[in-house]
Design a protein around this ligand. Structure first.
Ligand SMILES: *Cc1c(COP(=O)(O)O)cnc(C)c1O
Length: 377
């Protein structure tokens, strides 16, 4: 028997809603299921507007257009993130400027941001790693002082909060992912959240291929036409119908994951106490969403050996990001600000354990026992 790292979770009503979409004879984007999802997301997060996209990558690209990134403009972000965080800005000619992460959360170290700001800086992109919020008060204050946009990469942060404010509600713009590896899914999928109402009208235009089709649908203009740059960022109604089933169960999905997360956390306390590993740290002013359970090991060799050992027991565990500054495209398109000590140090030591709603208590125990055995043999 093997325990996969992830198994996409299906709540059960996805088929029914897809059938309804088919019965309505509207399969392209921006139909009733899209609108339902968008209304629900905007209400949950409290943003001015939520626009579904076919991925978080697409939402980040929209954010880069809305931020009016010009060639040479700089965008401050962590190197310890997914490629799309950086690529979205590089596509507009922007230059990602990487700063180090905090050792407790692996989120951008807000105390290093000011030193990275130059006259070319346009935006800060905090990435809420593992669904644990970044130090948003400090980040928002720096952004305001230097007149910068804040774009939250909340790909992993749906249903989590920082000081009771939902992740995705604090930046001028924010992005979500519904990729099958995330908590709430639609296969491929995402959303752009617009918190600054000044950006909403243009966001709708960019979303609809650079046309004012959304205004036309609302009867605000009598014909629609090409008014700006844009692309095809809408998901089909089939994807939106699938997502709607998941959004209805978002609380249950999150609760189930949190229970499993807590099981790992309690059982691994002893190994942390004897210095074999470090467990995740959740600052007391934020609620996470159990997107990930990771452990930090003492060195790369131990991690490699543990991955192998778990694999022999039929357990699939995986490491995470290769820091972007050390990747070939990262070297070509971006620069670093200061030393990225914790980025390099922690990325080599982090190991993610299986975590998905269908994981059983017994399977969690098996994983924990296997880790115990590894350290005691
Ligand atoms: C998953 C992820 C993305 C990309 O999401 P897609 O929906 O697959 O495009 C971007 N940023 C972060 C931090 C992610 O975890």
């Amino acid at each position: 028997m093997t325990i996969p790292f992830n198994r996409p979770f299906v709540v059960g009503k996805e088929f029914e809603y897809i059938q309804q979409a088919i019965a309505q004879s509207w399969l392209s984007g921006n139909g009733t299921f899209t609108k339902r999802c968008q209304t629900d997301l905007a209400a949950r997060i409290g943003c001015d507007r939520a626009l579904l996209t076919h991925s978080c990558t697409a939402a980040l690209e929209m954010a880069a257009i809305l931020a009016e990134i010009q060639p040479g403009d700089e965008v401050i972000m962590p190197s310890y993130t997914f490629v799309s965080t950086a690529n979205a800005f590089v596509l507009r000619g922007g230059v990602p400027v990487f700063v180090d992460i905090r050792p407790e959360t692996l989120n951008i170290d807000e105390t290093l941001i000011e030193a990275a700001i130059t006259p070319r800086t346009k935006a800060i992109v905090p990435v809420h790693y593992a669904g644990v919020g970044c130090e948003m008060n400090a980040i928002l204050a720096i952004a305001q002082q230097h007149n910068l946009l804040v774009i939250e990469d909340a790909a992993q942060g749906f249903m989590a909060s920082y000081q009771n404010r939902p992740l995705g509600s604090m930046g001028h713009l924010a992005t979500l992912s519904f990729h099958e590896t995330k908590n709430v899914i639609s296969g491929e999928g995402g959303a752009l959240l617009i918190n600054d109402p000044r950006l909403t009208a243009r966001a709708e235009i960019i979303w609809e291929k650079g046309t004012n089709r959304s205004q036309f649908f609302r009867g605000q203009v009598d014909k629609y036409t090409w008014v700006d740059i844009g692309s095809s960022y809408l998901p089909s109604e089939i994807n939106a119908a699938f997502l709607w089933a998941q959004l209805e169960f978002a609380e249950t999905i999150t609760q189930t994951r949190l229970t499993l997360w807590q099981q790992y956390h309690q059982a691994l306390a002893d190994l942390e106490n004897v210095g074999k590993l470090r467990r995740p740290r959740i600052p007391s002013d934020r609620q996470h969403n159990a997107h990930m359970y990771y452990i930090l090991l003492s060195d790369l060799e131990t991690r490699t050996a543990l991955i192998q050992y778990l694999q022999q027991q039929g357990i699939n565990s995986v490491f995470h990001y290769i820091p972007l500054h050390s990747a070939p495209a990262g070297k070509k398109f971006s620069r670093t600000s200061g030393e990225l000590y914790y980025t390099d140090y922690l990325s080599e030591r982090l190991l993610r354990l299986p975590l998905f709603p269908a994981l059983t208590d017994l399977q969690v125990e098996q994983v924990i026992n296997a880790i115990d055995q590894f350290f005691h043999s």
